[in-house]
Design a protein around this ligand. Structure first.
Ligand code: AMP
Length: 372
């Protein structure tokens, strides 16, 4: 077996190299498509050959994320690794990182996969979040609620997504029940209690940082949720130029502070007075960037490939404005109607079974670009 230490990974990986991707979902699938277009090979590390990315990649390692033998074989077969999913055991990423460059690496992942570390990091970077308190166990919850007041939201520190592991706390809420309902415990690293933000809208910015430290970002977009899951993304976000500039500046400051190589999606709340608070960050392609596939010369997936392979980042300008709608659960059954709509650009992820809440695909509609 050839083990390539990180330090020997060349800064520029030319087309023909193999990109390893941890995770096999739709974000990985669309990254494979972008990488393939540029002449790279992709090797997916995931749990089933049916996963959306494994279906189309040239190679796949099917194993548990903590299978160190499989991680060693994966490392030997790839030139660089990236990830499309945050909830990968940190120890596995550290194991991999000792053998091959992982972009972004374990240090960034450690911040992004734990809401307490994430908020501490963002705060230390001088960027505002909702008021929060770390809650180590159920016994600490009453004190945290007394300090922050209600309404508030209790979130598991780790392993929560799409609203899972979250409980709203009001004045009369039984705190023992709320703690139990959140599922927080030692396995989730405890929880964080956040003050409830009366936001006007939710926006996000996707930024990239290359091997050479160059940065780029897409225009801020608005995200509208249904049942805690992203339903629609509106491009550009209908916010003032000041809010857009603040949000973009925050995303660039965070990629710099993290010294990340790859992508960072920054989800933010915009208050009625125009203040911008960071909700969470994700060091990977993001659902709110799917519109870039149809509206930009360089999609977020290609931007990730360019960043991790040491290529020029290219243009993140958009050619058009856009609305992206997720097809969740049985909405995926509407594919024929979208095919019949001459203005719809349909993307399906190859998932056989439509379970409630499962992202089956998305549709993008373009309209002529407005300024900025
Ligand atoms: P998250 O998993 O942190 O992205 O939260 C899922 C969704 O819950 C967000 O997109 C918001 O719509 C809502 N939410 C999360 N945190 C807060 C908060 N502190 N105040 C108000 N709404 C929130």
């Amino acid at each position: 077996m050839t083990i390539v230490p990180c330090s020997e990974t060349p800064a520029v990986l030319a087309p023909g190299a193999t990109i390893g991707i941890l995770g096999g979902g739709q974000l990985g699938r669309m990254t494979v498509m972008a990488a393939t277009r540029l002449g790279y090979r992709c090797h997916i590390f995931c749990q089933s050959p049916d996963e959306p990315a494994a279906q189309i990649a040239s190679h796949a390692t099917i194993a548990a994320f903590d299978d160190t033998g499989a991680l060693d074989r994966f490392a030997a077969a790839i030139d660089v690794a990236t990830l499309e999913f945050e909830n990968i055991p940190l120890a596995s990423v550290e194991h991999l990182e000792a053998r091959v460059a992982v972009r972004p690496g374990a240090k960034v992942l450690a911040v992004a996969q734990d809401r307490i570390r994430e908020k501490d990091f963002i705060t230390a970077a001088g960027i505002a979040t909702a008021p929060y308190r770390a809650v180590a166990n159920g016994g600490d919850l009453a004190g945290a609620v007394a300090e922050l007041g209600t309404p508030a939201i209790l979130k598991t520190a780790r392993l929560g997504y799409d609203g899972k592991g979250q409980v709203r706390i009001g004045r009369g809420t039984d705190l023992d029940e709320a703690w139990a309902k959140s599922g927080a415990g030692a396995s989730t690293g405890g929880a964080v209690l956040e003050g409830f933000v009366e936001f006007e809208r939710e926006i996000s910015v996707i930024a990239a940082r290359g091997v050479d430290g160059a940065t780029a970002s897409y225009v801020p977009v608005e995200n509208r949720h249904a049942n805690h899951i992203l339903d629609r993304t509106i491009v550009p976000a209908p916010v003032s130029s000041d809010v857009a500039a603040t949000a973009t500046d925050i995303a660039h400051r965070l990629v710099e502070s993290l010294q990340l190589t790859g992508l960072l999606a920054v989800e933010m709340f915009v208050g009625r007075d125009g203040n911008v608070l960071v909700n969470e960050i994700a060091p990977r392609p993001h659902n709110s960037g799917h519109w870039t596939l149809d509206a930009c010369a360089v999609s977020q997936f290609e931007l990730l490939v360019r960043a991790v392979c040491g290529l020029p980042l290219g243009s993140t300008e958009r050619d058009a404005d856009a609305t992206m709608k997720n097809l969740i659960g049985d909405e995926g059954d509407d594919w024929q109607a979208y095919l019949a709509d001459p203005t719809a650009r349909l993307h399906l992820y190859g998932k056989a079974e439509a379970r409630p809440g499962r992202k089956m695909g998305h549709v993008t509609w373009l309209t002529p670009r407005t300024e900025p």
